[in-house]
Design a protein around this ligand. Structure first.
Ligand code: F6R
Length: 619
């Protein structure tokens, strides 16, 4: 199944709804961007005015500028990333019923839509799109008897799958109704106005007071009220919270792309994630992690589940966890996890890593783990998102909003969070002395400065990236924690530059991949510190010689002062000396810059790479 990560906005209040909705959609466009649409309850005659266009939001804006919609103060909008049906005007949301009185937008997938669609067609409804969403519009039209929230509850009880739905009805002026199962939906409370959106970025320009909808809840929004029930109509508990991200934090702040801004924000993101972790007694404290020490001491296996970049953070975490705690640790792609019947019990600690907190594969993996009795600790960047809500405990990374599709600052903060968890386990289980922990914390505290230093020396990396814009492929090699870094470097290049890029464990070269080496093929090598585990270092120096002898153009990332690699490097990228386990915090940064610059040189839009969505909310 393709990814679905649509952006939804709803508004009711005193302002022109179209302006609020379009501005909100702009803030959400990163979630999906193959079409966009709006519906407004028109003030003049109470009908719904709708416009929707394939392509980016700009296409819709142009259409609205050419043919303005009548004004109104209640409206909904959507940016879509196709699942059912291609990205066409007809498949764009909102979808209407036959009477054009109901308009609905949707994020997610309705799994029983084929059966519902057949049923609706049999009752004589005209279906105008290939989407699962349109089915909901017709069902809402049938169930509506003057109370849109009640109609929504009835319809939701019939739906299977993951969905967020937001609807308006021409005969219910000043009412927007939303429903949520699995996919995110947040209410923004204003003064005489209220908002609904897939995430707070859509409305923080208007209000910072948010209400998080729970699983299987329906909300009725009016200018002066927010009423939440479950799918059966019983009043529901909700969590209210204050959003402290400032509006400008989600904007580009002078950079050409969010990705550049987010790369530059990494020193702060790392520092923020480390804030307040040492208690007055000098011991590491992870207050938010509310799993009792007794339970952590009994853990006999750790399983990390995550996807994509977060999975690479997990791979690195395994090295730190096993080294510092001596507890066996597995790392698994969340999408593979539950299908192989993993062995889990009360003594298993599952760590789910996710920037968005909404990745469906990761969510399903953690649900499976909890069903088997395992405890789940989430490492997450998005407060109030589904994954931390469904976990036993959460350690939040403090990267701030990550808007660019390619993950950068979230990755570095995930690493920091993983190191903290590993140290904490070492502290609780007594496998690390207090002074050893404090020494690592001190080294971590230096990471922001080191990342800043790396960022200050990136011009040659950018130049090199531009010169490689026409390279047919780039390979990445690493050993130990440098191996996941190599995988991450390759992933960044694939997703941004759309070129063949692959990461390998350098020791595997001779077992096959070395056959790929040909004259002038760029190969990036992440070299471990020559201090400490110098055997690793020596081995990789031999690997560099092997590929160079076969014509590779070697791009070597090595510590300052590491002179042994210099003779074999066609391009040498220096990083500050760090302890081996912490090296990914600095060695990843040049790879992010490299991919971003190379993609830009190819003319790609780095913030919104083709075929990708920021957060993948379906399996
Ligand atoms: C790559 C990237 C993705 C995400 C993955 C998991 O740059 O961003 O691979 O890392 O989709 O997303 P989260 O962390 O939101 O669960």
């Amino acid at each position: 199944m393709l990814a679905a990560m649509c952006g939804i906005v709803g508004y009711v209040g005193g302002q022109p709804a179209l302006d609020v909705v379009i501005a909100g959609l702009k803030r959400l466009e990163y979630r999906g961007y193959d079409s966009a649409g709006v519906a407004v309850q028109t003030e003049s005659d109470g009908t719904l005015a709708v416009d929707k266009r394939a392509g980016k939001l700009a296409n819709l804006e142009k259409s609205l500028a050419d043919t303005p919609l009548p004004g109104g103060t209640t409206g909904i909008g959507h940016t879509r990333w196709a699942t059912h049906g291609g990205p066409t005007d007809a498949n764009a949301h909102p979808h209407l019923d036959d009477t054009a009185k109901v308009a609905v937008v949707h994020n997610g997938i309705i799994e029983n839509f084929a059966a519902l669609r057949a049923e609706i067609a049999e009752r004589g409804h005209q279906l105008r799109s290939e989407t699962d969403t349109e089915v909901v519009a017709h069902l809402l039209g049938e169930e509506y008897e003057g109370d849109l929230a009640e109609a929504m509850r009835k319809v939701c009880r019939r739906l299977d799958g993951a969905f967020t739905l937001v609807a308006v009805h021409a005969d219910s002026p000043g009412v927007v109704v939303g429903a949520r199962r699995n996919s995110p939906l947040v209410v923004g409370r204003g003064e005489g106005e209220n908002f609904l959106a897939s995430d707070v970025a859509a409305f923080i320009a208007h209000t910072r007071e948010a209400v998080e909808l729970g699983q299987d809840q329906v909300v009725e929004l009016r200018a002066g009220s927010v009423t939440v029930t479950d799918f059966d109509g019983a009043p529901a508990e909700v969590r209210e919270y204050h959003v402290d991200w400032d509006a400008s934090a989600a904007e580009k702040g002078g950079y050409d792309y969010f990705m550049l801004k987010e790369i530059a924000e990494q020193p702060k993101a790392v520092a923020d994630t480390l804030l307040g972790r040492i208690g007055t007694d000098g011991r590491l404290t992870l207050d938010e992690v509310r799993i009792e020490d007794r339970v952590l001491r009994a853990v006999d296996k750790i399983v990390i589940v995550a996807c994509g970049t977060a999975f690479h953070a997990g791979m690195i975490a395994k090295y730190a966890i096993e080294h510092w705690t001596r507890v066996p640790c597995e790392v698994e792609l969340a999408s593979e996890f539950r299908y192989r019947d993993p062995i889990l019990d009360q003594q298993t600690l599952v760590i789910a890593i996710s920037q968005s907190g909404e990745t469906m594969d990761t969510l399903m993996a953690l649900r499976h783990a909890r069903e088997q009795g395992a405890k789940v600790l989430a490492i997450c960047n998005t407060n109030g998102s589904t994954i931390p809500r469904e976990s036993d405990a959460v350690l939040y990374t403090h990267a701030g909003p990550e808007v660019a599709v390619a993950s950068t600052k979230a990755f570095l903060t995930q690493l920091v969070a993983c190191y903290l968890v590993a140290l904490y386990l070492g502290q609780v289980r007594g496998t690390k002395w207090g002074d050893e922990i404090n020494e690592v914390i001190r080294q971590l505290a230096d990471a922001p400065r080191q990342v800043e230093e790396v960022l200050g020396t990136m011009e040659p990396v950018r130049e090199l990236a531009r010169s490689l814009a026409d390279a047919p492929a780039v390979l990445f090699l690493g050993r130990h924690v440098g191996y996941p870094v190599a995988l991450e470097g390759a992933l960044k290049l694939k997703e941004l530059a759309y070129m063949h890029a692959e990461g390998f464990a350098a020791g595997e070269l001779k077992h096959g991949p070395i056959a790929l080496i040909e004259q002038d093929l760029p190969v990036v090598v992440v070299v471990p510190s020559p201090r400490g585990r110098s055997v690793l270092h020596d081995k990789i120096v031999s690997n560099i010689q092997e590929i160079r002898a076969r014509g590779a153009r070697t791009i070597v990332i090595a510590e300052e002062g590491d002179e042994a690699v210099a003779p074999y490097a066609d391009h040498l990228i220096r990083i500050p000396a760090t302890p081996t386990l912490l090296q990914p915090l600095v060695s990843t940064v040049p790879l992010q810059v490299f991919a971003c610059e190379l993609a830009t040189a190819k003319g790609h839009e780095v913030d919104q790479p083709r075929n990708l969505a920021k957060s993948v909310t379906v399996e």
